[in-house]
Design a protein around this ligand. Structure first.
Ligand code: AP5
Ligand code: MG
Length: 216
């Protein structure tokens, strides 16, 4: 199965994708996580990506398409791919269709997590991420047992560089202008499932499981 988790910044894509990938044994591919790892390594890709990410802009299509092509080519996932944060533009979606077609695969479903802007600001504002294992928390909605320390690996929690309020607003603008048109693209293909993203992480998880046709 090839599944896309779609939605605005801070909607809960990464949170839900981690749960689904574990439950369905799928390979979770997050372009945001891959780019942040490149930034941390200080690679050429990382410094290019950082110049866009820090401003809340999209990294050029050819760069992210190349990343996805490489991950899919070198992975041996048999149970499927769970794409989080990709595609984000129509050219990315078209490139993905061509890539999957050459492997006799296709996008099976697109789950769009619907969350209003006000909630997004508060979700992103309280987000904390483990610098060691990447686990995600929220100061209020999903707090760690000890503040600023990861429950899973005791790594330090930090706030992402692009989680400043001015950058969040830019990311929301970019989402509306460049990414939202993808909903029509997938609605036309009859594979779009719109999910109410309000409520607890568990509430949203159950709605997504229902829409995938299996209970977890
Ligand atoms: P990316 O890392 O993909 O960021 P994003 O799309 O802006 O989304 P986020 O990761 O901020 O949010 P999320 O939806 O994953 O929410 P989360 O689960 O963390 O991309 C970053 C940048 O990389 C882009 O701006 C761009 O520059 C570049 N990039 C990446 N992909 C690209 C591409 N394809 N093309 C070009 N450029 C690309 O949840 C948020 C918070 O809310 C957490 O604290 C969580 O604990 C909490 N939370 C989650 N669910 C709930 C709930 N139900 N109730 C309460 N709190 C909740
Ligand atoms: Mg994410």
């Amino acid at each position: 199965m090839v599944l896309i988790i779609f939605g605005p910044p801070g909607a809960g894509k990464g949170t839900q994708a981690s749960i689904i990938a574990k439950n369905y044994n799928m390979l979770h591919i997050s372009t945001g996580d891959i780019l942040r790892a490149a930034v941390k390594q200080g690679s050429e890709l990382g410094s290019l990506a950082k110049s866009y990410m820090d401003k809340g802009e999209l990294v050029p299509d050819n760069v992210v398409i190349g990343i996805i092509r490489e991950v899919i080519k070198t992975s041996d996932s048999t149970d499927g791919y769970l794409l989080d944060g990709f595609p984000r533009t129509i050219p990315q979606a078209e490139a993905l269709d061509r890539m999957l077609n050459s492997l006799s695969l296709k996008v099976d479903k697109v789950v769009s997590i619907e969350v209003p802007d006000g909630e997004i600001i508060s979700r992103i504002g309280g987000r904390r991420v483990c610098e060691k294992c990447g686990a995600m928390y929220h100061k209020v909605y999903d707090p760690p047992k000890n503040s600023d320390i990861c429950d899973k690996c005791e790594g330090n929690l930090y706030q992402r560089d692009d989680d400043r309020e001015d950058v969040i607003r830019k990311r929301l603008q970019v989402y509306s202008g460049q990414t939202l048109p993808l909903k029509a693209y997938y609605r036309n293909a009859s594979i779009l499932r719109e999910i109410d993203g309000l409520g607890t992480i568990d509430d949203v998880k159950s709605r997504i499981s229902d829409s995938l046709g299996q209970k977890t």
